[in-house]
Design a protein around this ligand. Structure first.
Ligand code: P5A
Length: 438
């Protein structure tokens, strides 16, 4: 994308309403605009990040055999009356009436709807287990929406739901999801530590939250450093084998990790001092096992091997997709701006033409840009070098390819790595090879 053609409205002023770095940077870099309290429009660069996150989530959910569906944002109140949550959910639920006076709501989560869809089509234990997910906007009328997309009212969630014939099967589904989540967060370039959690309005008795460490996080966290050091992507786990899943799960649960709500001083004291980590965290995912809570209350049954009907066991599993954009920035920025992990960056590289109109500079920039225009942002504005440097640091692409008149005459460019600040003087070919675009 050429910056002269792009819609990327960066701000020079620091927006007064933004209290934390990620919110300020998202507004300044032109990723989002607030349209009303807790509700945001996603601008092109922000949308590219959101889509990159979605894609990684999708690939890792598919990899454990979950299937994607898409349920609507509006739901009938009737469904929620069946589970008993319509009245219990309280003022966070946005309630609407259609022209016929029928009660609807903007979905804050989808346990009821997926249970109903499942129940109307699955009749036998032979069809189990099943795991379904969707990536859809949710609405929660939060009392205090704040920190930009971090605590929004409208936000994008990936929510998955599992159905199993037995408790043991449901536990295996839960563990499979935990593995998928650890892989997702690792691919997104953030460390998210799983911690035992409260279940709140979703219900159930087994639950973990995934927290990205950042000083501005809303929860206090206490955990064993061993949990930070794992490489979940290369860990061999057979997702179809309950024992293999159990072994994996114990590598997580054998180590202490809890938010302040669940913190246990006696257990914490057993962790060796050199492995104790304390800080704050942002909740980017939350998984639940709640047995037959919804299948029983909504009267959903399938027939078992002996023909007798039973209520399937369920779990639900959420990733805060739009919150992650803020959380990643919160965990990865400096005074100059965002430092995107390569897997989610809106563009892999920015090309900075330091003398637009100079024949040699223009020719080299065009050549570089032509190799991969989809994944490069070409700053072809007639701006001063300083402006281009500042904007590139603010927008945070992993690489900056800096093309100045002196180097250009010799076919050389300067490559800067945003995360480390390292600079390399290289030929065009070597620079492209280094950023992996050649
Ligand atoms: C699990 C999936 C649920 O809703 N039902 C379906 C379960 N869990 S949850 O913890 O309440 O939400 C899942 C994740 O969504 C993100 N999230 C938010 N993101 C932005 N703004 C909000 N107001 C908001 N509320 C929840 C969090 O990342 C959470 O872990």
């Amino acid at each position: 994308m050429r910056l002269t053609k792009a819609f990327q409205p960066t701000l020079k002023e620091v927006p007064a309403e933004a209290q934390i770095a990620s919110h300020r940077l998202m507004l300044r870099a032109g990723l989002v605009r607030q349209t009303s309290s807790g509700i945001y429009a996603w601008l092109p660069a922000g949308l590219r990040v959101l889509r990159n996150i979605e894609q990684i989530v999708r690939e890792e959910q598919d990899a454990i055999g979950a299937q994607e569906v898409l349920m609507p944002t509006l739901q009938s109140a009737e469904l929620w009356r069946r589970s008993g949550r319509y009245d219990a959910y309280g003022p966070e639920m946005l309630r609407i009436q259609d022209r016929h006076g029928r009660d609807l709501l903007y979905g804050p989560t989808n346990e009821e709807m997926i249970t109903d869809i499942f129940g109307s089509s699955v009749k036998s234990y032979k069809e189990l287990p099943k795991a379904l997910y969707h990536i859809q906007w949710k609405f929660r009328d939060e009392v205090r929406p704040r920190f930009g997309v971090m605590r929004g009212r409208e936000f994008l969630m990936k929510d998955a739901y599992s159905f199993d014939a037995s408790y043991e099967g449901a536990v295996a589904s839960y563990r499979r999801m935990m593995l998928s989540y650890l892989r997702i967060f690792q691919r997104l370039g953030v460390r998210a530590v799983p911690m035992v959690a409260d279940t709140g309005p979703i219900g159930g008795d087994l639950s973990h939250e995934f927290l990205v460490l950042a000083p501005t996080g809303e929860s206090g966290v206490f955990f064993d450093a061993a949990l930070e050091e794992q490489d979940w992507l290369s860990r061999p786990v057979d997702c179809d084998d309950a024992e293999s899943l159990a072994t994996f799960f114990s590598t997580v649960t054998d180590h202490y990790a809890a938010t302040d709500e669940k913190h246990d001083e006696a257990e914490w004291a057993k962790v060796p001092d050199e492995r104790k980590r304390e800080g704050r965290g942002i909740e980017v995912g939350h998984i639940f096992y709640f047995g037959t809570k919804y299948t029983a209350s909504m009267g959903i049954e399938v027939s078992g091997p002996d023909g007798a009907p039973f209520h399937p066991h369920m779990g639900s599993y959420g990733v805060g997709v739009s919150r992650l954009v803020g959380a990643i920035i919160e965990a990865s920025h400096d005074d100059a701006g965002i430092i995107w992990p390569a897997s989610v960056a809106p563009y892999r590289a920015a090309i900075l033409n330091l003398r637009q109109g100079d024949e040699a500079c223009d020719a080299i920039c065009d050549r570089i840009y032509g190799t991969d225009p989809e994944n490069m942002l070409y700053d072809d504005r007639s701006e001063r070098a300083g402006v281009k440097f500042n904007d590139a640091d603010l927008m945070g692409h992993p690489w900056q390819i800096i093309v100045g008149p002196r180097g250009a005459k010799e076919g050389k460019v300067e490559l800067k790595q945003r995360a480390t600040g390292e600079r390399f003087e290289l030929s065009v070919e070597d620079a492209l090879a280094k950023i992996g675009a050649a």
